[in-house]
Design a binder for this molecule. Sequence first.
Ligand SMILES: *[C@@H]1O[C@H](CO)[C@@H](O)[C@H](O)[C@H]1NC(C)=O
Ligand SMILES: *[C@@H]1O[C@H](CO)[C@@H](O)[C@H](O)[C@H]1NC(C)=O
Length: 214
Amino acid sequence: MADKQPYLNANFYGPTVPPSSKRHRGRRVLCTILKVAIGFIVGVGIVLLILGVVYRPHKLEFNVTTAKLTQFNITANQLYYNLGLNVTIRNPNSRYRVYYDTNEMVVLYKNRRLNSLSLPAFFQDTKSSAVLSPNKFEGQRLILLAGDEIVEFNSEKAEGQYPIDVKFFFRLRMKSGEVVLKLKPKVHCGLRVPLSNAPKSFVFFPNTACDFQF
Ligand SMILES: *[C@@H]1O[C@H](CO)[C@@H](O)[C@H](O)[C@H]1NC(C)=O
Ligand SMILES: *[C@@H]1O[C@H](CO)[C@@H](O)[C@H](O)[C@H]1NC(C)=O
């Protein structure tokens, strides 16, 4: 006995005292509360996840369908341009209607802002398309091309096609019943627009999809 339970020699005074049943019950209650709490948190998490998947909006689809460039020349550091655009916006969502509250459309050439336009606020229903036919962007702008940019411009001129960027800055709301998402998406359309009366004017402008990011 002494071999097996040497520690009993020192302080074994009687049968071991079972832990108080009160303490035991307290621990069990605590355990139950914890289990319920964890279950609740996991449950809420799953519901939120499902809601997140169900209510996650699809990206809006922007396409520049036509681009007509009738003038694009640089004379004495002035860029003369005349650009007409048609843009189709599709709302693929069956849940969300879209309210475009503040809209700006900007045209850039080699990261220089040529022109910008405020579009009127508009509304788009679920699963529908809208066509934007803004006024032509035309005018002139002081442009100082340096080094490589001059080389680039000359080769673009020879090719009769110019890289033009169109960006949209929106503040919009997507609404589905009581759910309202306020978003400021970024839309970028990287275009290559042929000059209408260029030597190679047989080049047509291809429908160009834009990059959309929430
Ligand atoms: C560029 O466009 C302006 C405005 O239309 C015109 O006056 C000028 O002659 C053009 N320059 C060239 C080199 O085509
Ligand atoms: C935009 O679309 C309208 C209607 O189809 C058309 O009349 C117009 O010429 C287009 N604009 C451009 C710049 O192609």
